[in-house]
Design a protein around this ligand. Structure first.
Ligand SMILES: Cc1cc2nc3c(=O)[nH]c(=O)nc-3n(C[C@H](O)[C@H](O)[C@H](O)COP(=O)(O)OP(=O)(O)OC[C@H]3O[C@@H](n4cnc5c(N)ncnc54)[C@H](O)[C@@H]3O)c2cc1C
Length: 436
């Protein structure tokens, strides 16, 4: 085998994995090299995969997904794969639920009227948010915790009403560890206009996968990798019943899985297994009636005692005609595995959230639910501690021709499909350079 005839394997068909294969596809086009994705699930897409009822025209993402304006990889790939005209741009409404009341908070005008903070607090918060939106230097924030930064700049009152419940809802007991650069990343690129795509993220991922196949790339679904061994210059990749051999390997799975699949040097594993990540559990509820009937798309629940931290009504963004005329909501929470809700059976969890949904919309009744779909993801959100930029492993591992493409590598931006595709691009460029 010469370097110009490489077998490239990618473990994981989430957006990082398909992004990497997409940007490598020209290497396989003339059949000089092989590009193979091995994916555990029955579909590509990973965290951004979707589910579909036969009566619906479109699948819906298992957990809420959209892009912000100006996310370059997602949009340019959409255009390249013939889906540019399927992008949907909408200005959406976001609100907060606090102490039994809901108020819009997504613009300077709505901030002026926001009832849960005093005028002085709103002005102070608005000024800090405006500063974060202008400032490009995220590194200056990464050595202070988000809690300390928000209290120091916005004041204790704003912290306790606005941000503490959201951080605790998202990171649970790890909330005080999160650095302020992560907070910066949630504010800096945010746009009120959001982007979706006809057919949802699953349709987009499927089309990317088709383009990879059209260029002679191979994708094996329902293929769970159990072990990887380096033999000579090659990687032997094992499922329970099959063996694949590659010259170059990309581990596009969560970092903790990658560290278990391959035996890295002890110190390397020990160093990076300390990086924490939390899970998420989400319901998609198909409803007879609109839940956020004031047109809100995204509702933050600013009450950490709720068993969910957000509700979003997808059909306040796209038409309900794509879902058999029904209203689709997501009800979601990030969870540490030590949280008692983590192992709770789906039906019991649904019973628990119903009274809380009624607190938000007292008219809501269980009889509105036509169907429910539950998803639990083990690794949904890395926790970014102080000095995180120095704690992330390089995409190039100490093992020749072995690369990592994980959500931990997305920084300072918050992990997102656009950045996962961008990570795939970065690794594809390194591999191509090495091969040429
Ligand atoms: C609640 C939530 C909301 C989000 N909202 C948005 C949003 O609005 N917009 C946005 O752009 N992004 C959003 N994201 C983030 C986005 O989904 C992720 O950043 C992105 O999908 C990460 O892709 P990935 O390929 O790195 O990881 P993953 O999606 O985790 O992909 C990893 C893949 O590896 C596979 N795998 C794991 N182990 C094995 C194995 N042993 N063998 C074979 N395959 C294996 C998995 O099945 C999976 O398909 C959200 C994520 C969550 C959890």
């Amino acid at each position: 085998m010469t370097k110009a005839m490489a077998k490239i394997g990618i473990i994981g068909g989430g957006f990082s994995g398909i992004g990497c294969a997409y940007y490598l596809k020209d290497l396989a086009k003339d059949k000089k090299n092989e590009i193979t994705i091995l994916e555990n699930n029955d579909r590509v897409g990973g965290l951004a995969s979707g589910i579909k009822n036969p009566a619906w025209e479109w699948p819906i993402d298992r957990v809420i997904h959209h892009w912000f304006m100006g996310e370059p990889y997602a949009v340019s790939i959409a255009k390249e794969i013939g889906m540019g005209d399927k992008l949907i741009f909408r200005t959406t409404k976001s609100s907060c639920y606090y102490k039994g009341k809901t108020a819009e908070l997504d613009s300077a005008w709505s901030a002026l009227k926001f009832p849960f903070l005093s005028l002085a607090q709103r002005i102070r918060m608005g000024a800090v948010m405006a500063m974060l939106r202008i400032d490009k230097n995220y590194l200056r924030y990464e050595n202070e915790t988000a809690f300390s930064f928000i209290k120091r700049t916005m004041g204790k009152g704003v912290f306790e009403m606005m941000w503490e419940p959201l951080f605790v809802g998202k990171f649970g007991k790890h909330a005080p560890e999160v650095n302020a650069a992560w907070f910066w990343s949630r504010v800096h690129p945010r746009t009120k206009t959001l982007v979706y795509i006809e057919g949802g993220f699953q349709t987009y991922a499927d089309r990317v996968a088709d383009v990879i196949r059209e260029n002679n790339g191979k994708i094996f679904l329902n293929t769970s990798i159990k072990k990887i061994i380096k033999k000579g210059k090659c990687f032997e990749v094992y499922t329970d019943s099959k063996k694949f051999i590659f010259d170059i390997l990309v581990l596009a799975v969560p970092l903790h899985f990658a560290l278990k699949l391959f035996e890295f040097p002890y110190e390397y594993t020990k160093k990076y297994e300390q990086l924490k990540s939390i899970g998420a559990q989400y319901f998609v509820l198909e409803l007879k009636k609109s839940f956020l009937s004031d047109g809100t798309y995204w509702l933050n629940v600013n009450d950490a005692s709720f068993p969910f931290m957000m509700v979003a009504e997808h059909t306040n963004f796209v038409s309900k005609k794509h879902y058999d005329g029904h209203h689709m909501i997501w009800v979601g929470k990030y969870l540490d595995k030590t949280n008692p809700l983590w192992n709770m059976p789906e039906k019991k969890f649904l019973e628990i959230i119903i009274p809380y949904l009624r607190k938000i919309n007292p008219a809501f009744d269980k009889s509105w639910i036509i169907d429910s779909f539950f998803t639990r993801f083990d690794n949904a959100q890395p926790v970014m501690p102080l000095g995180y930029s120095k704690k992330i492993p390089s995409v190039k591992t100490p093992i020749d021709n072995l690369y990592l493409a994980t959500m931990n590598h997305i920084y300072p931006s918050d992990r997102g499909t656009n950045y996962a595709l961008g990570l795939g691009y970065k690794i594809a460029q390194i591999i191509k350079k090495d091969l040429l």
